[in-house]
Ligand binder design. Sequence first.
Ligand SMILES: Cc1ncc(COP(=O)(O)OP(=O)(O)O)c(N)n1
Ligand SMILES: Cc1nc(C(=O)O)sc1CCOP(=O)(O)O
Ligand SMILES: [Mg+2]
Length: 203
Amino acid sequence: MSARLDPFYPVVDSADWVRRLVGAGARLIQLRIKDRPEADIREQVRASLAICAAASARLVVNDYWEIAIDEGASHVHLGQEDLDAADVKAIRAAGLRIDVSTHTYDELDRALTINPDAIALGPIWPTILKQMPFAPQGLERIGEWKRSIGDRPLIAIGGLTPERARACLDAGADIVAVVNDVLGAADPEARAAEWIAATRSAA
Ligand SMILES: Cc1ncc(COP(=O)(O)OP(=O)(O)O)c(N)n1
Ligand SMILES: Cc1nc(C(=O)O)sc1CCOP(=O)(O)O
Ligand SMILES: [Mg+2]
């Protein structure tokens, strides 16, 4: 059985952000980089892993599972399209955990076929980060998902604030992921501290 993951889960796009938010107390963090050359991504993954190792924080690498394996990461996040191309056996053989995004019942069924380590459900509220063809899930669906995924942690994502994150945890989520509310804040470290206070007190 693996250790319980921290409920506060910021999602960032650079090793600089990893350094800042791990410095602010994050112990679970995702590196989600889009549209950059592979060499840059590899460098960012390597630097982020070093920062996290020094702070006993866990880095989750989004999308780039081959780089994650090469660089010695312990955890990847894959969406449904990522699953089309991923070699799940190779990821498992390298000992990495795999978390999978879901937005519909069909996606949940498919995700469960690979026996994922955690399931993400989103967007709980509307998000401005990216366009998605999914209506906001709302809080009720969190309980439904939780009842369908066994002992795996459930990650809630999309449009979250500390107050909404608390509501997600109260509804059955184990982990609450965030981009804009922290990275777009006037003082991201102070906002991260608000998230930590709101989420760890719920644990
Ligand atoms: C915690 C978490 N949940 C969902 C996602 C979305 O993954 P995906 O659907 O593959 O989309 P991209 O993030 O790759 O654009 C995530 N990254 N993290
Ligand atoms: C990357 C991502 N995936 C989602 C999903 O529903 O799968 S929502 C999302 C963006 C979350 O950003 P914010 O906290 O700024 O809304
Ligand atoms: Mg993806």
